[in-house]
Structures are given as structure tokens and as C-alpha cells.
Design a protein around this ligand. Sequence first.
Ligand SMILES: Nc1nc2c(c(=O)[nH]1)N[C@H]1C(S)=C(S)[C@@H](COP(=O)(O)O)O[C@H]1N2
Ligand SMILES: [Mo]
Length: 346
Amino acid sequence: MSQIRIAKHWDVDRGEATPHAAYLRRREFLRRAGLAGAGLLGLSGCRPTTVDERPANAEVKSAARPVEPPPDLSIEDTVKPVPGSAFHSCDRNARYTVNRPTTDELVAARYNNFYEFGTDKESCWRQAQRLTVRPWTIDIGGLVAKPMTIGIDDLIRKMPCEERLYRFRCVERWAMVVPWSGFPFAALMKLVEPLSAAKFVRFVSFLKPSEAVGQGPGSGWNWPYYEGLTLAEAANELTFVATGLYGHDLPKQHGAPFRMVLPWKYGYKGAKSIVRIEFTAERPKTFWNDYAANEYGFYSNVNPKKPHPRWSQAREWMIGTQVEHDTQLYNGYGEYVAAMYTGDEH
Ligand SMILES: Nc1nc2c(c(=O)[nH]1)N[C@H]1C(S)=C(S)[C@@H](COP(=O)(O)O)O[C@H]1N2
Ligand SMILES: [Mo]
């Protein structure tokens, strides 16, 4: 979907803060110049495409453009419990505290990045309501002793449950503080038993162009979204699977029914609406790194001293209140994660 992003007041105030928008504009330029096909062919030729990443290529070609969700859908409608879900609210883990106010639930619910549903934050939350989140199956495999294909509600019933208030920092410089519910990724690792040859974990989001307007024909993105972590990062105590937010089911626009949360990394490292998890020996490719390696590294740890090539990362601002803060190394989580790094990671 080629779409020119209309600059909102906060973009003007805060400069060029949208990493992805510049690429979209470039693509729009190429399209107008009649070069889009050549450009896209070049991109998709950059890396091998594996079978499980593009299981439904045929669907990409034939999908009709999704119908707009009802315009009268309210934001409150999107943050309700999901009928039949095994999710239940659970106690807050007091180990993780944040010395900033919690972001308003409805502010977070309408300020999302979820490119499968478009690039405009005003319409993304609405488009995301088209995603069918039940039934939802997650395939966990690769280098593990006990691979499994499991329905989301069976998985929720098997796993422990806790709530964690975490900071969250997008590479675009906006930040929030939200209470995720779910379980440590380490609990899921225990379930599938990674083999000693496993050194990385790869995450793959859904591919459903019939529901996701941004995955439609000619989108130019290499869907589905894919991300990765080292095994040590995956096993870190902060690494969290969110199945809920603000005490109820994870809203669709936040990546229902299963998304990763990595509070010391830029937001894009946490893939949403995951359908496949694979333990690998090789470092996995990642969606944004394949798109622009100099702008989006594999590690992407929050670091005020490492500017994005197009803007400084020294400061950040809270969605809702617009209050600004100095960015903290590892987003303030150094005590948990610094030992995994030399500091030179990109
Ligand atoms: N599948 C998928 N996961 C994704 C993205 C996306 O476009 N698709 N965007 C990422 C980015 S850039 C951010 S900042 C966070 C946003 O999470 P939120 O909308 O719940 O705040 O999701 C990340 N995970
Ligand atoms: Mo982001």
C-alpha cells in the first residue's frame, strides 16, 4: 500500500521522527516515476525467501482489498475481553517498577505501529480490528527437543501469568509505560526444551492479506514480519510474552493474541501477532534490518549515544502527556541486560 503520510502536529514539532515514513515516501516517488517495480524486485532479491516465511504467496496476489471496518467503531470497543479467551487477569510482579506515570490505556490503544494495517497512526488501530484472533495457532520448532503446534488458549492455560509494568521506547522517539500481562519467554523455552545447538530464536508474525490492508498486493514489504534474538536475550528475565494489556486480553492493534515485549530494545524488535517461533543455529534475518541495515541493527538496544542516521536518540517523549525525558541506556534496564553486551552492538 503506497500512502503518503500526512504530517501531524507532533511530527512538525518533533522533526522527522518516523523512521519508516521516509521509505514510504521514497517508494511513492519511485512509483510515480514508474520505477516501483524495478525497486521492489531489487529489494526482494536482497535475501533468500524461505518457504515458511511466505506460506501464502498466492493469497497475496489474489487478495481483494479489505473492506474498511465500520467507521463508528469506538476505541473503547477495541480494549475489551475476547469472548472464549483463556486470558484472566493476574497479579502484578512488584520487581519491575517504573518511576513515571502509566500511559492512559486509550492513548496507547490509538498510537500504534503495525504496518500490516497501514502506516497512519490514525487508522492503524481501526484497520487492525479486522484481524481474526481466534482460533490462533502457534508453531514452535526448529532446534528444540519438544516442538509443538499449540492453540493460544491451550498455551495460556499451560503458562504462568503475571502483570509487568514496563517502559517502552519506539525508535521514532515516542515512549510509554504500560502494564503487560503474560509470561516470561523463559517459561515457554522450558516447555519446548531448546537443544544445545540452538543459539538464536526467530519470530514470525501472521500473513493474512485478506484481513491486513498493508499486506495487500504490491505493498512492497517483505511480509510476514520477522524478528530475532540471541538465545541469551530470549532467556533473559525481562523477555516477556504479552497476551494481555491493562488487565484484559491484548487488543488487536497491540499484537493480539501473542506478542513479544523487550523493554530494553527499540519497539520494532518485539514482533506482534506471532504464529511461528523457531530456535536456530544461525542468526536470523530481521524485517527492518533487511530493509535498511544501517538504520536498524539486529540488536537495536536503546542507546542515547547512538543516533539514528536521521535523528538523535538523546531524548524521548511520552505519548499522551508529551512530557520529554533524556533517553536512558538500555531504556533504564542495564542492571538486567548490560552483562549480555560489550556496548558496540548495532
Ligand atoms: N508484526 C509487527 N510487529 C510489530 C510492528 C509491525 O509493524 N508489525 N511494529 C513494531 C514497532 S515499530 C513498534 S514501536 C511496536 C509498537 O507496539 P504498540 O503498537 O503495541 O505500541 O510494535 C512492533 N512490532
Ligand atoms: Mo517502533
